[in-house]
Design a protein around this ligand. Structure first.
Ligand code: ZN
Length: 371
């Protein structure tokens, strides 16, 4: 397959490793991504041998690996057949989940995975990289924006250590609750949660970085027989390093968390630039979107919804701040719940309502500069 790299594209071979991650949360969380993922409690990536994904073909040779939430897997992948290999977009929170998907990919093709793409630096999109390196040690390339690679090194890896600390505290908390609980059903649930969290913690302790080996600044185009795959940076958005994957012939977009079917997660975002990135996304000619979370998206309504929501969020917070309102007062006065019915729910059944406080705080920080 030919690669066409633009701007300051580069190839940089770096270390392999084994990563790990997360799972569901007992506490509410409004979205996916690293910051949420670390709140979750662990679930076996193999779920008793059951597949963790629904591998659904959305175009000839293009699949969504749709996370089966009941197994605690929250993030999707895209699996794209090439002439003599396979390209996978995003690798979930832990290698064991990625190994599980690799097994499923083998049910539809004998071709090896040659390319892995990380859409951005959040844990649930890159921590499974090592599974692909271990499974396909010959010639595998892990591709991301250069900014994503830097963020994985500078922020993604420290967050693994922070995650270990969080999981230890979570286990202590669960054990305290178990000691105070007499209800047999709840006790069984707590015991299972403790076991799963301990299992995840062990994975985390062994986790070593597997960072991108090939990066680009603005765009990278891959050619494979009749397939053209464009990797594009549309500007800072959900993070400072998101890319999308576009298949112009098949009219498929893979958007990571720049757009997905759940409530947006905005802790690491650049809201005003994200609005522009969504405007750019809206201009693509596409039939279907494989996103980081939730089922296939069709049409442009979700793009417009997110754009309008972010615009409204920033405008309302700015207006109220301009009137002298405190953050607490702004939280009471902001009126955005009209968007809730149109946004999806995450695996915990959580909608916009649960995320709104954090969204307002982020908007307030951006507008005021207060941290
Ligand atoms: Zn994310």
């Amino acid at each position: 397959m030919k690669c066409k790299l633009s701007n300051e594209s580069r190839v940089d071979k770096v270390g392999n490793g084994i990563l790990r991650s997360i799972r569901r949360t007992k506490q509410r969380f409004a979205c996916s991504c690293i910051a949420l993922a670390v709140l979750c409690f662990a679930v076996s990536a193999f779920a008793g041998g059951e597949p963790l994904f629904d591998l659904n073909e959305v175009a000839d040779g293009v699949y969504i690996a749709l996370a089966r939430l009941k197994h605690g897997v929250i993030s999707n992948a895209a699996v794209i057949m090439l002439e003599d290999s396979v390209l996978v977009v995003d690798t979930h929170s832990r290698p064991s989940t990625a190994y599980s998907l690799i097994d499923q990919i083998k049910t539809v093709t004998d071709k090896p995975v040659r390319y892995v793409v990380n859409t951005h630096f959040h844990a649930d999109h890159f921590r499974g990289n090592a599974a692909y390196l271990q499974s396909y040690p010959q010639g595998l390339e892990i591709i991301s924006s250069e900014a994503a690679r830097q963020s994985i090194l500078n922020r993604g890896l420290p967050r693994i250590k922070a995650d270990i600390s969080r999981q230890n505290k979570q286990i202590e908390s669960l054990k305290r609750e178990l000691a105070d609980t007499t209800d047999p059903g709840r006790r069984d649930e707590l015991k299972q949660n403790i076991s799963q969290t301990e299992q995840y913690l062990e994975e985390l302790k062994d986790m070593l970085p597997a960072v991108p080996t090939m990066t680009f600044e603005k765009s990278l185009t891959l050619y494979s027989k009749d397939r053209v795959i464009q990797l594009l940076f549309l500007g800072r958005a959900h993070t400072d390093n998101d890319i999308i994957v576009y298949l112009p012939k098949e009219k498929i977009l893979v958007t990571g968390d720049l757009l997905h079917a759940w409530v947006p997660y905005i802790a690491d975002c650049y809201p005003y630039e994200w609005i522009h990135a969504l405007e750019a996304l809206e201009k693509f000619e596409f039939d279907k979107i494989i996103s980081g979370h939730g089922d296939v998206i069709q049409g442009k309504e979700m793009i417009i919804l997110w754009r309008n929501y972010l615009t409204d969020l920033m405008a309302q917070v700015a207006e109220l701040h301009g009137q002298g309102a405190s953050l607490q007062e702004i939280k009471q006065k902001v009126d955005l719940l009209e968007y809730e019915p149109h946004m999806g729910l995450d695996e915990a059944g959580t909608g916009l309502r649960a995320a709104l406080d954090s969204h307002i705080q982020k908007a307030y920080r951006v507008i005021t500069g207060d941290q």
